[in-house]
Design a protein around this ligand. Structure first.
Ligand code: FES
Ligand code: FES
Length: 167
């Protein structure tokens, strides 16, 4: 099969049961996406697929031929960080860092959802403009767990980055 990841095409010979997360980590050596739970509970494995955030442990690699997959490595790297990465650094939005790649990728996807006015459980209305209050950010990031409980700084980082075109 063939996967397109961070703008590059890769030919892979994988068992059809291989999760996208395992394909990225074990076959492409893209270990930025983390395996926290391997069953959709923690968000550490979050990647963007055609711009939408997805738990890569819950989807099979073979389902994504032709899709544009973006991992934390594709968002930015030292020397040319993505605004969301810069903001996490600036606000100290982590402690051990294990959840951080998933938090950052999820935050970028989440800003796109908010920009498109997708309502969340915290939204006042279902069809209004989304204002990214702290409650909205927390609710929309609730799929990304942080065992170090860096949540206040994560919210600060996302709020700051949202005003700097980080979506
Ligand atoms: S490793 Fe995918 S959600 Fe936890
Ligand atoms: S920074 Fe340690 S789990 Fe989030």
């Amino acid at each position: 099969m063939r996967l397109k990841v961070n703008g590059s095409e890769y030919d892979l010979d994988v068992d059809i049961r291989t999760s996208l997360l395992d394909a990225l980590r074990d076959h492409l050596a893209l270990t930025g996406s983390k395996k926290g739970c391997d069953h959709g509970q923690c968000g550490a494995c979050t990647v963007l697929i055609d711009g939408r955030r997805v738990n890569s442990c819950l989807t099979l690699a073979v389902m994504h031929e032709g899709d544009e997959i973006t991992t934390i490595e594709g968002l930015g790297a030292p020397g040319h960080l993505h605004p969301m990465q810069e903001s996490f650094l600036h606000h100290d939005g982590y402690q051990c860092g294990y959840c951080t790649p998933g938090q950052i990728v999820s935050a970028v996807g989440m800003l796109g959802e908010a920009r498109d006015n997708w309502p969340s459980h915290a939204s006042e209305t279902l069809d209004g403009k989304v204002e990214l209050t702290d409650a909205e950010i927390s609710e929309r990031m609730s799929g990304n767990l942080c065992r170090c409980s860096a949540y206040p700084n994560i919210v600060d980082a996302i709020r700051d980055a949202s005003g700097k075109g980080a979506a």
